[in-house]
Design a protein around this ligand. Structure first.
Ligand code: ADP
Length: 625
């Protein structure tokens, strides 16, 4: 029977070329990828055999074997793990089965180094074999089946599949390219296995020397997380991370612990350097690799960490859970719940340490995962204080600006007598930087936190207090800075001794403006926020903010637009001019223009663009005539 030739999926072909090109400087990682897959396959069979011991038959001793045939110029990696059916071989090796292929191509930057790091996220480590081989043969038999399959490919247009007689498990044979013959040397191979795969918990065996019959185990073959911390090197932690996460880069940090007492378990938790492409998809796979008494139970056990820590990678190995736990029973298991509580604290304190000891690394973490961590403020009230300490903000104080200010630093820099933590939420940091709401704060050297992440408008109202300081949105409500400014300078009017008269004029102006703008604003009032702008729009404390409203509307909810207050700067030239303006029509034009100007900088929903242009042009033509 002629072998079938199903052909690679187009994306798989593109990816294949990319993988080959981008990993080329580090060809040897193909072996790490093959051993990592073999070890996973053995883990899966060990687990399946718990409920069906007959799957193992006589072939009970798990191992991964590397064989070299120097005459034929080939190398093979075999495992006696779970194996694959014919359909699985086609799906796993000929297509990119995981979702997100398109996102993957969207994310490519053209920078080969950066792109190579993305590869692991998409489960395509296997393709790295084509860097070193011009022909690859995969012979595999699923543990539960009689018949095997052989898959052959040259890494070009297509592959073939044929039935085959073979042992349980998978054997991958690589016909090495001319420039990859170095991988026929057992010495070179041993070095690679020790460097990348020492932590694999099944034995990896090889001939003792080139062409020797006798074999030896080249790795430690003990589960890394069961070893004492002191005995594990950073390199080993790094390689173990790559094995479990499929990331091609080292992690940023990790925490390895053993807990003894009423609950016994070991955990090894990692903070990745980069956020995965699908961090924001709620249904994305997440969670830890779960082992029970060293037996692999499942990938992506999500019950052990809350959603806002969904980026953590790692392993948890429990001595107490039954071997037959299922995803469902994990959800309402008491032990799992208490492990979740302490694993959550473990992650938070690892981040706290990182922030204290390696602020640059923490900054890197914050840029990647800060927005997700913010979700914890609302969803994990028990840990709110710990999370608050981990938050970082952009902020301004007078002429100075800070990129990653913590609340601790903010409080440390507070002015004498200042009682509140001030902040401003907006859509972009550029808009925030020019907001009129900052004027008085800049002039009085009061620090303001600037928030422009989507979650901010949702998170900030949930913050209760930091230490004994409450939070205040500077764009809302009536601003009362008296307590924050002990010596208030005497106002110009009273210095001139014409206080009362001028107060009456001010009150008249405000009433007149209120009458003209009645339809568009809730009220007009004197501002103590502004030093240079003529006016700004202010919402009440409980109004839905612009950013939050946009977010809700994007998700299909209707949110009424709250009427704003117009606050005017009575020291501003335009307002002085209005006081003496008798012409009602001109007064109205100017009043509306002032309001629209305020809407332009913040709250474009309130802008009447057409009318604004007409009015402005009418005013300009009078001036220029
Ligand atoms: P990843 O391992 O990141 O998912 P790979 O491209 O390395 O991506 O492998 C694709 C899939 O092929 C694996 O997820 C697994 O299902 C299957 N596979 C690869 N190697 C083996 C093996 N030795 N035994 C059984 N299945 C395997």
């Amino acid at each position: 029977m002629a072998p079938e030739t199903p052909g690679f999926q187009t994306e798989a072909r593109k990816l294949l070329r990319l993988v080959i090109n981008s990993l080329y400087s580090n060809k040897e990682v193909f072996l790490r990828e093959l051993i990592s897959n073999a070890s996973d396959a053995i883990d899966r069979l060990r687990f399946a055999s718990l409920s069906d011991p007959s799957l193992l038959g006589e072939n009970e001793a798990f191992s991964i074997e590397i064989c070299v045939d120097s005459e034929a110029g080939s190398l093979s990696v075999s495992d006696n793990g779970i194996g694959m059916t014919r359909d699985e071989v086609i799906a796993n090796l000929g297509t990119i089965a995981k979702s997100g292929t398109e996102e993957f191509f969207d994310q490519l930057t053209g920078d080969q180094k950066a792109d190579a790091l993305l590869i692991g996220q998409f489960g395509v480590g296997f393709y790295s074999v084509f860097m070193v081989s011009d022909r690859v043969e995969v012979t595999t038999r699923k543990a539960s089946q009689e018949e095997g399959t052989v898959w052959r490919s040259t890494g070009e247009q297509e592959f073939t599949v044929e039935p085959a007689e073979c042992e349980r498990g998978t054997r991958i044979e690589l016909h090495l390219k001319e420039d990859a013959k170095e991988f026929l040397s057992t010495w070179r191979l041993k070095d690679i296995v020790r460097r990348y795969s020492d932590h694999i918990s099944v034995p990896v065996t090889m001939p003792k020397d080139d062409d020797a019959e006798e074999r030896e185990t080249v790795n430690q073959a003990t589960a890394l997380w069961t070893r004492p911390r002191k005995e594990v090197t950073d390199d080993e932690y790094n390689e173990f991370y790559k094995h479990i996460s499929h990331d091609f880069d080292n992690p940023l940090d990790w925490s390895h612990n053993k807990v003894e007492g009423s609950l016994e378990y070991a955990s090894l938790l990692y903070v990745p350097k980069k956020a995965p492409f699908d961090l924001w998809q709620r249904e994305r796979v997440r969670g830890l690799k779960l082992y029970v008494q060293r037996v692999f139970i499942m990938d992506d056990a999500e019950a052990f960490l809350p959603l806002y820590l969904r980026w953590v990678k790692g392993v948890v190995d429990s001595s107490d859970l039954p071997l037959n736990v299922s995803r469902e029973t994990l959800q309402d298991n008491q032990q799992v719940a208490s492990m979740r509580t302490s694993l959550t604290s473990r992650v938070l304190s690892m981040l706290k340490d990182l922030a204290e000891k390696e602020p640059d690394k923490y900054k890197q973490f914050w840029t990647q995962f800060g927005q997700v961590l913010k979700e914890g403020i609302g969803s994990d009230p028990v840990n709110q204080a710990e999370i608050l300490d981990l938050l970082r903000f952009r902020s301004v104080k007078g002429d100075e600006s800070f990129d990653v200010a913590s609340l601790e630093q903010y409080v440390g820099r507070m002015n004498e007598g200042q009682e509140k933590i001030y902040y401003l939420v907006g859509t972009s940091s550029d808009d925030l930087a020019i907001s009129p709401h900052l004027e008085v704060f800049k002039s009085r050297e009061i620090e303001v936190l600037l928030l422009s992440d989507l979650v901010d408008s949702w998170m900030m109202p949930m913050l209760s207090k930091y230490e004994d300081k409450s939070f205040q949105d500077v764009s809302r409500g009536e601003l009362d800075l008296k307590v924050d400014e002990p010596e208030k300078p005497a106002s110009k009017e009273s210095a001139r001794g014409a206080g009362e008269e001028s107060n009456n004029e001010d009150a008249d102006l405000i009433t007149r403006l209120g009458n003209v703008l009645d339809d568009r604003v809730e009220s007009v009032r004197r501002s103590n926020r502004l030093t240079t702008s003529a006016a700004c729009l202010v919402l009440d404390e409980n109004d839905t903010g612009h950013q939050l409203r946009r977010m809700l509307e994007a998700s299909g909810k209707e949110v009424p637009l709250p009427k704003p207050h117009l606050e005017v700067n009575l020291d501003h030239f335009l307002l002085h001019h209005l006081k003496t303006l008798d012409d009602d029509e001109r007064f109205a034009d100017l009043a509306h223009v002032i309001l629209d100007q305020a809407a332009l900088t913040e709250g474009q929903e309130y802008l009447e663009a057409g009318a604004f242009v007409t009015r402005l042009n009418r005013l300009l033509s009078e001036v220029l005539a």
